[in-house]
Design a protein around this ligand. Sequence first.
Ligand code: AMP
Ligand code: GLY
Length: 412
Amino acid sequence: MRVLIIGNGGREAAIGKKLSEDRRISKIFFAKGNATTEQIGKNISLTDNQELVNFAVKEAIDLTIVGPEAFLVSGIVDDFTRAGLRIFGPSKKVANLEGSKAYSKKFMQDYGVKTAAAQIFSSYVDAKAYLETAHYPLIIKASGLAQGKGVVLAEDRDEAMKTIHDFMIDKIYGDAGIKVVIEEYLRGFEASIICFSNGKDLFPCIAAKDYKRAGAGNRGPNTGGMGSVAPSPEYTAEHDQDFRKNILEPTIKGLKDNYLMFTGFIFFGLMITEKGCHLLEYNMRSGDPETQVILPLLENNLLDTINNCIDGKDIELKFSDEKAVCLVMASGGYPGKYETGYEIRHLDRVQESSVLLAGASTKAGGVYTAGGRVVNLVATGKSFDEARNKVYNDAKAIQFDYAFYREDIGKF
Ligand code: AMP
Ligand code: GLY
């Protein structure tokens, strides 16, 4: 089989690595890939949907897997399907559950999916009037895709007014911010539940925990994720029951009622408060860096699992009893401004972790930083301490200028 993986992060490197262990796969292409995927298969620089379709036809690609949401929201699955190509992911219409927070909130409300109470506004004047008398703090979200930056915790009225002005009038996220969702602030801890969908049912993986803030102790700005662990020790069997009854089941009903069932991943971003599980968002893809800790524990064959889903067959997911930790080494300044182009030295000194490079590229025989999140170190062990020690020992060996990482991944 010949496989194409779309994306260039640690998630795509993790999927590629898992599939590369399958002897039935002869070649993996990555669009556009990174310094790790280049060693697993071949990187191609195409980013346009039609060019990718043409490439898949010409190269006789048997299966395409899509990582990032932007491709899904742009309709890449529709384009591939129209050309008779096999692809794992939701259509444009379904991807709108991630692409529009207004649409997904309405869907949750219509189907009784437990979520934060919220109001949706397309009019700046109406949003302003609402904020005059609201109770604070509040969460304000740009409805469209804003690369994870369009969510603001407004502590008071002034901050809230400034935020809707930035989003709706100054349009700092372009059209993504002209509609906003204003919702109740929920205090608790988060969990990520990634499911496989076979077009009939959703099959949840073990829960993962993403460390979203840049600094230890959950301080500093939100990032794409500075590390992850699985299974999340905070997520209990009672939470799981609550999730299945109040979030998963009503979601499946809503997807079916609206002809939105699809094959691909769906990721539930949960906030767990004293009142149980609440859905913050749907992501219509797998998570990054959650994928990096889920896949090493998945005992099923990944290629078979994906193919069975596409063929509408039932699957039974099995996970090992081990613990997995992923530590992200980032460029100084991330998630704000940072510089790239620094050599990443001593990757060959890594002993016990799997190295998944993300924002890194190769030139003249060396590997150089090329993004905010640069290196993912992943290890498994019988305990979190064992897995943690492996990634932290290996992080000490790797060097690049201005590197930083959180010291508390896996410490909870
Ligand atoms: P979202 O893109 O909707 O998942 O929001 C990004 C992040 O903002 C989440 O992972 C949470 O950390 C935070 N967040 C979103 N909605 C809420 C909420 N209602 N209450 C508290 N935190 C939230
Ligand atoms: N780790 C969160 C995400 O992939 O959106």
